[in-house]
Design a protein around this ligand. Structure first.
Ligand code: TYD
Length: 134
């Protein structure tokens, strides 16, 4: 797998009244955050993602519940299970991703390096493979 893909571990403040984690832009995230979006109410068996990005970088966090992220860098595939809100999966550009196996009530929060731009998406896997293996 592309060595740029990595898991980030956010700080945890443990207290008897509950845990608190925090994310500071310049400290914990390797890009300037321009957008935050989140997936929720995902029906059982649904798949999200199914695309790559030409330039966009993202950090994917399971804020609640769990789901799997299937990764493809054009040469190999990997699967990462996210189920803790203090972990973030950093995805650089040009990684095909599929999010699946959402638990009931799962919330997937995504921090993104750019605003939404459909032109940045690669939505056909064959196109992705061609671009990833020039
Ligand atoms: P898409 O990125 O394909 O969803 P996912 O990868 O999570 O399965 O986006 C689904 C729809 O939502 C698509 O019509 C574009 C729109 N959208 C926005 O308008 N803004 C955004 O920030 C995102 C992520 C999606």
């Amino acid at each position: 797998m592309d060595p740029r893909v990595r898991t980030l571990h956010f700080p945890i403040i443990h207290e008897p009244r509950g845990n608190l984690s925090f994310i500071e832009g310049d400290v914990h995230i390797p890009f300037d955050i321009k957008r935050v979006y989140y997936l929720y109410d995902v029906p059982g068996g649904a798949m999200r993602g199914g695309h790559a990005h030409r330039d966009l970088q993202q950090v994917i966090i399971a804020l609640s519940g769990s789901f799997d992220v299937v990764l493809d860098d054009g040469k190999s595939r990997d699967k990462v299970s996210l189920n803790r809100s203090y972990y973030g999966l950093y995805l650089p550009n040009m990684i095909w991703r599929e999010l699946e196996n959402f638990s009931s009530g799962a919330v997937c929060m995504v921090l993104a390096s750019e605003r939404y731009d459909e032109a940045d998406y690669i939505r056909e896997h064959a196109d992705f493979l061609a671009l990833a293996n020039p």
